[in-house]
Ligand binder design. Structure first.
Ligand SMILES: Cc1cc2nc3c(=O)[nH]c(=O)nc-3n(C[C@H](O)[C@H](O)[C@H](O)COP(=O)(O)OP(=O)(O)OC[C@H]3O[C@@H](n4cnc5c(N)ncnc54)[C@H](O)[C@@H]3O)c2cc1C
Length: 466
């Protein structure tokens, strides 16, 4: 819970002007209504003083200009599924929820692109794309709820990123509004383009701190003809991590390569569709895609790479329904963890794939050293592991050790050449650790950029920078 009492009243003139910019039903001032827009999946909460629900780019410009004039904090919100406090209004002010800017403006099959407003859900994009024989590569586990705006702001990804990369590589251009209300058009509609600086890449991943995205041109890919899901279970975690390195060190790139450690397996062992050998200590969930005629060879090649003395069994899903069941269980892992550890620290560190065995060994060591249970699973093909430190706030000893344990985890990741966040961003949750990774001079230049886009620090203040 954050306190924003210092700023708990909006200037009267500001409110009067705001009321002229929007109809009453899209300006929420009721305390209870505002309260519901104050949290995300970090479980932190702070109430805004007002919530606006714009329906057009022009409305976004008008509201942003007002916030800038009166120096009122302006926090963008998709659907609040972010895990690092990104959409929590820690300094109060206005929450701008994009839920009503949710149109798919255009699908252009010839040029494999789709233009959308930021409040459209990832799933709605996938459904319309699929109807035209395409998909958009970013596939977060929260796809049915989360928005493209949130995906862009966090450079979100998911299992498919191992083959098809993240939001950044799958977005061609943006329309965005800076803090003073200027409209920026970034990027191109073509698959090549080198005119001017790459503002698209800069704004993607900027967590709502540089500009407000009001439109995006997404790059679509043709749906693969066929897919196969393979599960490989191992008697040791090291056996599985060695297999990850071997799979990524051969010519066929899987379309997903997910890892689950012993504790993660224990959470799903008895779910429908899961049939694991009793002595399984680690599991790989692998998908290959491509032409139907190449599937048998692809499964053979991946199975050969996955084989080592710790392999207990390797199985191919017998049908699409069984494969879908497996992926549903994988998606449910993160929420399931909340039930056994409400206070988990959920990180999404990333290391070069070759360092995955060293990362898992190190995490095991730290878990023993600090007495904090750690559950690990995630997008192993990208070296992106969700590291969950489970602790109980009622247990004084564990609470005291959780934070130093987390710092030690980050140290380990950086020593291995990795990064603090693969896809969840910094928000409020990791801002005090950012200097562990980014040097003073580079951080200073980031702050200079922030000042250029947002001189009055109204856009998502209190995020990213310590
Ligand atoms: C069960 C579960 C599974 C998840 N799985 C994954 C996963 O596999 N991969 C992954 O990457 N993430 C995952 N996430 C995290 C989260 O869903 C993603 O980060 C998602 O992109 C957030 O979208 P949102 O619409 O909820 O955004 P919010 O949480 O509302 O906002 C996220 C950030 O975007 C900013 N923002 C929103 N809209 C705009 C805009 N129009 N312009 C500028 N800034 C904006 C906000 O200010 C905030 O900083 C998961 C979350 C849950 C709960």
């Amino acid at each position: 819970m954050f306190s924003n009492e210092a700023s708990n009243k909006l200037p009267d003139n500001f409110l009067d002007s705001l009321k002229l910019s929007l109809p009453a039903e899209r300006l929420l001032l009721d305390v209870a209504q505002c309260w519901t827009y104050g949290f995300d999946n970090s479980r932190k909460h702070a109430s805004p003083q007002a919530v606006v629900l714009p329906v057009s780019h022009d409305e976004v410009v008008a509201i942003t200009k007002l916030c800038n004039q009166y120096k009122v904090p302006l926090v963008l919100r998709g659907r609040g599924t972010g895990t690092t406090g990104g959409s929590v209004p820690v300094q109060g002010g206005l929450v701008m929820s994009m839920e009503q800017m949710n149109r798919i403006i255009e699908i252009d099959s010839e040029n494999r692109l789709m233009r959308v407003e930021p409040g459209v859900t990832n799933q709605a994009v996938q459904d319309v794309a699929a109807g035209n024989g395409f998909f958009w590569a970013p596939d977060p586990g929260s796809a049915s709820v989360c928005t493209v705006g949130g995906n862009l702001a966090f450079n979100a990804a998911g299992p498919r990123a191992v083959k098809y990369f993240t939001t950044r590589e799958n977005t061609l251009g943006l329309v965005a509004v800076t803090a003073n209300g200027d409209t920026l058009h970034t990027g191109v509609k073509t698959t090549k383009g080198v005119t001017g600086y790459d503002m698209t890449r800069l704004l993607i991943g900027s967590e709502g701190t540089l500009a407000i995205i009001t439109e995006a041109t997404l790059k679509l890919l043709p749906l693969p003809e066929s897919k196969r899901t393979i599960t490989a279970s191992y008697s040791t975690v090291q056996g599985a991590t060695n297999a990850i390195v071997a799979i990524m060190n051969q010519s066929l790139i899987p379309s997903a390569l997910e890892f689950l450690d012993t504790a993660a397996i224990d959470l799903i062992r008895h779910q429908p569709g899961i049939d694991l050998a009793e002595n399984s200590r680690a599991l790989l969930l692998i998908e290959v895609d491509g032409l139907e005629k190449g599937m048998a060879d692809a499964v053979k090649q991946i199975s050969a790479a996955a084989d080592n003395p710790s392999l207990l069994e390797i199985k191919q899903s017998s049908n699409e329904q069984q494969a879908a069941q497996l992926w549903a269980v994988r998606k449910a892992l993160s929420p399931a963890l909340r039930e056994i550890a409400p206070n988990k620290l959920n990180e999404d560190v990333v290391v070069p794939v070759g360092s995955i065995p060293a990362l898992l060994e190190g995490l095991n060591r730290l878990s023993e050293l600090y007495g904090i249970p750690i559950v690990n699973f995630g997008h192993a093909g990208n070296g992106n592991i969700h590291v969950n430190l489970l602790y109980d706030t009622q247990n004084a000893e564990q609470s005291e050790k959780a934070k130093p344990c987390l710092a030690a985890v980050f140290n380990l990741v950086l020593e291995l050449g990795g990064s603090l966040s693969g896809e969840h961003g910094i928000g409020t949750e990791k801002m005090n650790y950012i200097t562990m990774e980014i040097d003073e001079v580079s951080l200073l230049w980031m702050k200079k950029l922030k000042t250029l886009f947002d001189p009055n620090n109204i856009l998502n203040p209190g995020k990213v920078f310590p």
